[in-house]
Design a protein around this ligand. Structure first.
Ligand code: SF4
Length: 457
């Protein structure tokens, strides 16, 4: 077993028994579950909308090379600069080069999982550049020195009391502030940062090919301020966020809002097509879009896993997953957790080091059932397991165990040779992995053949 897998199992065991964690997660997910059906009411036929969204993403991904080139041509026409980054290090180096050119010491940043993926904040801190998270959930996580817990709701595992205590500790605010008071404290702190920052960094929910723009969706207005206040705006976005046309947003915006947070439409939806143009009163002087690969073309090259690139990061599969709800987001130790994280992480990183995530599933199919763009998540998890075996990324003990199991279960004679006691002993004592977290198995007293004969008598 790899170190990563062993640590994952150890953390899962602790978290699954943490009843306080479970209470908070169940509370927050129950609020999500209550509003999603209301959001869905806006669609006459929500399944048709999901099907259409899947088709659009299929087209975008199948023609990704052309779509990216279209985007680049249209975006650069308006004075924007496009940077292609093959991996995390290249993206980081490009950001640093821009920071040096702009003499930047302070950055405001909106919520972006891609920046988590490349470790942007730690990198900037290492180079003595302050990078402040401006999304409230991310701000809370940054104050606490923790990674986001969930791709949509970064501080989902914290109660309002936890946040009040954190603000008290870190910002010296009075204890027991209400959520409204805490929000005002954060706003007060952040407003000063916008004014000071030389650069604003955002992600993008969509790259729009035909008009050469990016779209950002958020509820707090912080991403808008991060785009517009500083003199330079950098967007870091994974290449799979492509949609072919501006008109596709009329479908994706409500879909993302409903599946992400149960809203009909998210509060702020911004399309940015470049830096300030002549005659415009505001906006940055320079705008860069860093198109990040970082393993995505590995997924693109894989016929089966390719479908996972349709993901719009709504987070619905995390909220629906019985494993995620028990072990929580941090246990995965990957940027992307839950079912979608378990599917893509082994491809984005290394199959032999991350394959264990694809086994963290009951294969109940609930993730596939709720996916906004109908990705066959549970089948992709099975595909990953198949690929792991095919690539030889399994331990010899596992191979032997399955060979023995196959041999025995294909032979009625072998199955009948052992009596009930013997079978119980083999499964419960020899294969201890089974009983470590489950009740003992108890085989039937008589074999199937014996029961069949008895029945015929
Ligand atoms: S896989 Fe589907 S449900 Fe999960 S985050 Fe992506 S779009 Fe949402």
């Amino acid at each position: 077993m790899s170190d990563g897998a062993a640590s994952f199992i150890a953390k899962s065991v602790v978290k699954a028994a943490d009843l306080d964690h479970r209470r908070k997660i169940n509370f927050n997910i129950s609020k999500y579950n209550a509003v999603v059906p209301q959001g869905k009411e806006q669609f006459e036929n929500v399944n048709l909308v999901r099907e259409r969204a899947k088709n659009i993403k299929w087209r975008a991904i199948e023609t990704l090379d052309k779509q990216l080139e279209n985007f680049e041509a249209a975006f650069t026409k308006r004075g924007g600069k496009v940077i292609w980054a093959e991996d995390a290090q290249q993206a980081l180096n490009e950001v640093l080069a821009i920071c040096k050119e702009k003499n930047c010491r302070s950055i405001v940043k909106s919520k972006s999982m891609v920046t988590e993926e490349i470790g942007l904040n730690e990198f900037l801190e290492h180079h003595q550049i302050e990078s402040v998270e401006t999304d409230l959930g991310e701000y809370i996580q940054q104050l606490d020195g923790e990674a986001p817990y969930h791709i949509v709701t970064p501080a989902m595992h914290k109660s309002k009391e936890d946040v009040a205590e954190l603000f008290h500790e870190k910002l010296n605010t009075p204890r027991h502030l209400t959520p409204e008071e805490l929000t005002l404290v954060a706003r007060d702190q952040l407003r000063q940062k916008y004014v000071k920052a030389e650069i604003g960094i955002t992600g993008a929910n969509f790259i729009i090919s035909d008009v050469g723009a990016i779209a950002v969706t958020e509820n707090e207005g912080n991403a808008r301020l991060s785009c517009a206040f500083p003199k330079t705006h950098i967007v870091i976005v994974g290449i799979e966020k492509m949609i072919p046309s501006l008109t596709d947003l009329s479908l994706f915006w409500p879909l993302l809002a409903t599946y992400g947070t149960g809203q009909r439409i998210t509060v702020y939806n911004t399309i940015v097509s470049g830096a300030r143009q002549a005659g415009e009163p505001d906006g940055p002087e320079d705008m860069y879009v860093i198109l990040l690969d970082n393993g995505r073309t590995n997924i693109l090259a894989n016929q089966k896993a390719r479908e996972s690139l349709y993901c719009i990061r709504c987070g619905a599969c995390l909220n629906a997953c019985p494993v995620y709800k028990n072990i929580g987001g941090h246990t995965y130790t990957a940027t992307y957790s839950g079912p979608i994280g378990a599917v893509i992480t082994p491809h984005l990183k290394k199959m032999d080091e991350w394959r264990h995530l694809s086994y963290a599933s009951s294969l109940c199919g609930n993730c596939t059932e709720v996916c906004a763009v109908k990705i066959n998540l549970h089948e992709l998890l099975l595909e990953n397991r198949y690929e792991a075996v095919e690539s030889g990324a399994t331990e010899w003990s596992e191979k032997i165990a399955w060979k023995a199991w196959k041999r025995a279960s294909l032979s009625r004679g072998l199955m009948n040779m052992a009596n009930q006691k013997m079978k119980n002993w083999v499964v419960n004592k020899v294969f201890k992995g089974w009983t470590a977290h489950r009740a003992d198995l108890n085989f039937a007293e008589k074999t199937f053949n014996q029961m069949w004969k008895d029945r015929k008598r």
